[in-house]
Write a protein that binds this ligand. Sequence first.
Ligand code: 0RA
Length: 651
Amino acid sequence: MADTDNFASSHYTADNIELLPELDGIRKRPGMYIGATNSGGLHHLIWEIVDNGVDEAANGYGSKITVTLHKDGSCSVEDDGRGIPVDIHKQTGLPAIQIIYTKLHSGGKFSDKAYQTSAGLHGVGATVVNALSSYLDVTVFRDGKIHHIRFENGGHLAVPLEVLGTTRKRGTLVRFLPDETLFSTTDFKWDTVASHLQEEAFLLKNVTFVLIDERLKKTEEFHYESGLAQYVENLTANKEPIGEIVHFVDDSAQVKMEVAMRWCNKDYNENLYSYANAVRTHDGGTHETGFRTGVTKAVNDWAVQNEVIKEKDKLIGEDIREGLTAVVSVKVPEKLALYESQTKQKLTSPDILPMITEFVYSNFLHFLAEHKDFAVDLVHKCQASRQAREAARKAKEAARTGKQKKVDAVISDKLAAAQSKDYPENELFIVEGDSAGGSAKKARDRLHQAILPLRGKPMNTDGVPLDKIQANVEFSTIIQTINAGVGANFDIEESKYGKIIIMTDADTDGAHIQILLLTFFYNYMKPLITHGMVYLACPPLYGVYKKSDPKKIIYAWDDSSLEEAKKKIGAGYGINRYKGLGEMNADQLGATTMNKATRRLLQVKIEDPLTVEKRISVLMGNDPSRRREWIEQNIKFNEVDRFIKEVTKNG
Ligand code: 0RA
């Protein structure tokens, strides 16, 4: 394909007028390019710039990427690759680097054949970050010189390309300050950046990632020579593993494949994380399917060949994958990487499927043959999973045919049920305390909202066997209320509610209750979380009223909206600070926290698997002081961006 440029070169001036509409377009709709303008979108800026350095390293140029979070709120990313080209682009007469940072889809034009496994958005990243920044400086070390160019105010050229001096270094240093007028927060978070870099480091064995936080005076380095094996090691650090980590790598062919996996007891989920070109494929695809097929086939073939099971009793995939934590990574040349959509959440390249099936099948079969004790343990575990599944299916059948007492009768004294049978529309509020529960029952929309009050703190379910949890009154009530099973037998299709909403006081105890409930849902009803069905209610923190007319109240969820509310009410205002749900009456609770039109909900999302595992270990582990410290440092009750949550207004 010809490298056609649509620049009208005769109109070209140093002020790059032609380029500006594109930059403006990005500023008008940042969400289209970075997903959102919340904390997630903010961090996306870093990922875009890091990806460029990663591409360079993945193609064999450079081996170290350093991310620095500066005190002024800016971030810099330095790599030791070849350096961005600084020569003049013929058609436009502009330096290549200037075009790369101001024109969408320009990156590809400058990439050579070596750019084969490019994971980034084909060069739009640099321009998008520039458009959304107050300033962006690029310093290039190449050809013995230090080159520099600077943009300001959303990508306007501020300092044209210049040579600052000489150097022996090679590489690229990009520093940018996100435009605070475009983002709801501009606070880069250590944990978020560290987890992301760690994830990249697991996937790119040869690259070292360094994170420096000048605000916290903290530095950490991520480099993993054993790649995915160390990833799985981290993911299962707090679990009870069966045997060693199984790890296969094939770097020899055009398509590079790597798989690591381990089974754990007391884990009812299948925890499978897949990547294509070092980017997470949340919706799976042919590499996941191929992996599953390979594992199922290997286990069954080994078990039948060794007469542990009979041919007719072959296990099904679900039985085999219960308690499995696995990471699958493929690196596919650009031209073979097909995705379902622009967002690259699902890999569809058909050739990958048989390739990875064969890779996993033959390696795993060989592994099982060489680790007989492990193989026997594994097959026994799979058989136990099958038995449990069959028992649950029979119990369900019995319930359906009326052989069992109706569930509703058992739980009716606590639950105020919703009237509608349109289950996806129904919402279950799990409420802290009987008194708030009482108000919520009064304020609810009876058709679609159900209320389940909790007495005191629920138990910590992390690492607790399922039968103990089922014997616990609080959790057995929740399980029966949702009525979709639990653990390996959880079936999301059966859920009686489309939304599960946790409603607690905005204090440390409330946060603890949230975490205890989220831990339960994460461990035993994970699909509720991955399907985005779990939410946190957000009661307002303040009510500002006019002293002469106390019925007129403006609610505020944070300090800046508190200031606005004060101004709106004008002289003679009073402020209520709501420390708990109980301080609002039923009408107020309904209007501010439950009514679909006016409430705010936080949708619980999983940022990345490592963060969740780490947090569960801090938050659920047996060191309460560590937990309290984390809650106090990380959960700010006037800030809507915490734990594994994201803002969705009105849900
Ligand atoms: C295109 C061509 C060449 C290098 C790069 C892009 C490049 C881009 C980025 C972005 C961040 N770091 C980077 N490092 C390199 C190759 C130029 C040559 O032939 O030397």
